[in-house]
Design a protein around this ligand. Structure first.
Ligand SMILES: CC/C=C\C/C=C\C/C=C\C/C=C\CCC(=O)SCCNC(=O)CCNC(=O)[C@H](O)C(C)(C)COP(=O)(O)OP(=O)(O)OC[C@H]1O[C@@H](n2cnc3c(N)ncnc32)[C@H](O)[C@@H]1OP(=O)(O)O
Ligand SMILES: Cc1cc2nc3c(=O)[nH]c(=O)nc-3n(C[C@H](O)[C@H](O)[C@H](O)COP(=O)(O)OP(=O)(O)OC[C@H]3O[C@@H](n4cnc5c(N)ncnc54)[C@H](O)[C@@H]3O)c2cc1C
Length: 675
């Protein structure tokens, strides 16, 4: 159908202009041909199953939505068992079901917490039950009064040696567990974080496995108060999740339900801490932060896919002489807003793949009792989680605006995507709090380097993602050699200025902090600057990992060339956006900044004929995208029109309420006008 300006063939035309092999790009995006094949198979399995339909989700009441989530989760599990899916396949199937629910926390946090913090014996006891869904678990850490400050949690677990039990208690209103997903209605068990008290001494926060509901009739166990904390932002969206409240009134659990891999309480009540760092208590959060970085590229690529396809379909304004209207994708402003987001989706994908590697490497080292890379894992996961989720949430909203008025309709998929995504800036660590963790590391290294700058060549060199800071003598005084716009295509030129900017910002902070009456006061006063220094450091990591990705063998005609352009766009749009940083730290001149912007314009023009194919490479089904604007066939207008009629308001021609409220009003006004 091509009436009224809707031209589905438009996308076929766009695909024909691509200058690279889309299948090759799918492999680069997914990580391997095997990954493309499994993802494709699972996405189609979900899309073809009527139980997994989600097109009317935003119109459901909270209760209907929650029940629908329970149904989908149970059906997904049935299919996983029937088809004997592997763990990889099952994870993908759940991803494509695309409805937040208790299973995310069961698999994403409850199971990893037991794996990471439970002894072998505890794992043997609890994991098989969790794997078979004989129990459902959640992660109950945050309280009404305390989220970011984990050390401030109030729930107590007091050891009673006479009974060999812990007594779980919520001493105040603010100690009520508040927010845990899956807690409100679904979970039978939780890993609860509480202050361990034994022999009258408070040993701080530890994890405990606590049964909350009866396995016979699902009612709360004696002494346990449970409920949902209420509706959340947006229609549909995260309201499918039963974020919950939990209070304990002296609830007893056996001693062996304390997670005892890191520390133990003996039968007599003695507290014993093993030789592993206490921070491993936070291991589940490190694991989840790493998965959140990988998920950022998924959410961002979905939004970008919708906005790129729709921008190729949408036309506004003709040439002066009354010619055909222009695809909005051809407007330079649309390109300069959209293509950096497209580039960011690829950048986050590759940094997510790298972070997964880093996490696996650190885990293997920890198993061998090598804890040296733990701070690096913490700083990288915290920093990348913060920067990628904040940028992705902003980008989804930008994509909504890029789709004009239609982007505001639920049927565009963008409002719900935003509402589901935006809490990622808060959960698993508020983004500002996490960046401050990164800045502590940067500050310490910068301070150390400033003191030892003379002996830096012989002193202890920083390693991993802060290795560049060891190059302090060069980076503090170097001047970029860029002389033409094309010079910015050189990855070494990009890397040098990003390293210099990050290091100089960290050193400036350290110098200013050293002038304060105390380090604590200085840190507090300078914290806005420290945040910016942390952002600069994390952006450097993302740029570096993109550049390193391009040093790999990337098969497929034209694939690497497209990625090189996207890498340049990613780096240069950051340079343009943060020009103040680069200029004020003296890393580049105003002219070099202008040259970077000149190159960006050229790169956008080069990406333009490839844009639709670049989003096709994400390989998303229409079901997963959930957007009439982002349809693969581009047949947008009939779909928008049809979708409108599904709204409950359109079930009757004359609306409910007409007789009570509209008719009397109209009649009264009519009478008055006749007087
Ligand atoms: C479809 C999806 C599928 C799967 C994914 C599943 C789920 C995800 C999906 C949705 C997510 C849904 C829900 C999210 C769940 C949650 O939100 S759970 C609750 C999360 N809560 C937080 O993140 C709290 C944030 N706060 C903290 O992490 C800490 O309190 C803090 C780091 C801010 C501060 O820690 P403190 O101990 O108080 O203080 P410190 O003195 O600053 O730190 C002491 C030293 O420890 C180091 N450190 C801190 N954290 C870590 C860590 N994680 N790992 C290693 N090391 C750590 C810190 O650097 C200090 O070191 P020093 O050498 O300086 O002493
Ligand atoms: C959708 C959703 C799902 C969740 N799921 C779970 C779950 O399954 N399990 C669980 O245990 N928890 C869960 N949480 C809780 C979540 O982890 C916390 O909300 C999060 O860690 C932030 O803590 P907070 O709410 O205490 O924020 P606060 O710390 O109160 O933040 C409020 C403001 O204060 C600022 N701030 C705080 N500390 C500092 C500081 N030191 N310096 C400067 N600024 C600061 C923050 O930046 C923010 O602007 C969930 C939350 C949400 C929204």
């Amino acid at each position: 159908m091509a009436d009224g300006g809707g031209e589905p063939d438009q996308l076929a035309g766009e695909r024909a202009t691509a200058q690279f092999d889309v299948d090759g790009m799918k492999v680069a995006w997914a990580g391997s041909r095997h990954a493309v094949e499994v993802a494709d198979r699972m996405a189609r399995l979900v899309a073809s199953d009527p139980v997994f339909r989600k097109d009317t989700r935003t119109m459901l009441s909270r209760k209907e939505l929650f029940k629908d989530t329970l149904k989908k989760a149970a059906h997904a599990w049935k299919r996983i068992v029937e088809l004997r899916l592997t763990e990889e396949e099952a994870n993908l199937l759940r991803l494509y079901v695309d409805q937040p629910g208790y299973v995310d926390l069961h698999w994403g946090m409850f199971v990893p917490a037991i794996k990471g913090q439970g002894t072998e014996e505890q794992q043997k006891k609890w994991l098989p039950m969790a794997y078979k869904f004989q129990i459902i678990g959640c992660y109950a850490q945050t309280e009404l009064g305390h989220g970011s400050n984990v050390q401030g949690l109030e729930t107590t677990a007091t050891f009673d040696p006479s009974a060999d039990e812990f007594v779980m208690h919520s001493p105040t209103l603010t100690s009520s567990k508040w927010w845990p997903g899956g807690l409100g209605k679904a979970s039978t068990h939780a890993v609860v974080y509480a202050r361990l008290i034994t022999e009258g001494k408070d040993y701080g926060i530890h994890g405990f496995i606590v049964q909350l509901r009866s396995l016979d009739d699902h009612s709360p166990l004696p002494g346990v108060t449970l409920g949902d904390i209420g509706g959340k932002f947006g229609s549909g969206a995260y309201n499918s999740m039963d974020n919950g409240v939990l209070r304990f009134d002296h609830v007893r659990i056996p001693r062996d339900q304390m997670l005892m891999r890191l520390s133990q309480v003996t039968r007599e009540g003695k507290y014993v801490h093993s030789d592993v760092p206490k921070q491993l208590l936070y291991g589940t959060m490190v694991y989840v932060r790493q998965t959140i970085v990988a998920d950022a590229s998924k959410a961002l690529s979905r939004a970008v896919c919708i906005a790129v396809r729709y921008s190729a379909i949408r036309k506004q304004f003709g040439s002066q002489d009354g010619g055909p209207e222009t695809q909005v994708l051809n407007y330079k402003t649309q390109q300069s807003r959209l293509f950096p987001l497209l580039a960011s989706a690829y950048a986050y994908r590759f940094v997510g793949q790298w972070l997964k590697w880093l996490y696996t490497d650190v885990t293997q080292k920890l198993e061998a009792k090598d804890y040296s890379t733990l701070p690096e894992a913490h700083a990288c996961t915290a920093g990348l989680k913060s920067v990628t989720t904040s940028a992705t949430a902003d980008a989804i909203e930008e994509c909504r605006k890029l789709c004009g008025g239609h982007g505001y309709l639920n049927s565009s998929g963008l409002p719900e995507l935003f509402a589901v995504y935006v809490p990622a800036c808060t959960y698993e660590g508020d983004n500002v709090v996490l960046l401050l963790q990164v800045s502590v590391v940067l500050h310490l290294v910068a301070r150390f380097l400033m003191k030892t700058v003379a002996q830096v060549a012989t002193g202890k060199q920083p390693v991993g993602t802060i290795a560049y800071m060891g190059n302090i003598q060069h980076l503090m005084q170097c001047k970029s050699a860029v002389n033409t716009a094309e010079d910015w295509l050189n990855p070494a030129a990009i890397k040098e200025v990003f390293e210099a900017r990050a290091l100089r910002m960290a050193v400036n902070c350290a110098q200013n902090i050293s002038k304060a009456p105390s380090q604590e006061e200085g840190f507090s006063e300078l914290s806005p600057d420290l945040l910016e220094a942390a952002v600069a450091h994390v952006q450097l990591i993302i740029v570096t990992k993109f550049i390193e990705k391009l040093q790999e063998d990337i098969p497929g005609p034209g694939v690497k060339e497209q990625l090189q352009k996207l890498c340049s766009i990613y780096a240069l749009h950051l340079l343009h956006k943060h020009l103040g940083d680069f200029l004020s730290t003296g890393c580049i001149t105003a002219r070099q900044g202008a040259l970077a912007n000149e190159l960006l314009g050229k790169l956008y023009a080069q990406v333009r004929p490839n844009a639709v194919a670049l989003v096709d490479a994400f390989d998303y089904t229409d079901h997963y995208l959930g957007s009439v604007l982002g349809r693969y066939d581009g047949d947008v207008y009939p779909a928008l029109y049809e979708e409108a009629w599904k709204d409950p308001l359109n079930e009757t021609v004359v609306p409910d309420g007409y007789q009570e409220h509209l008719r009397p009003l109209l009649k009264q006004q009519l009478k008055l006008s006749r007087l």
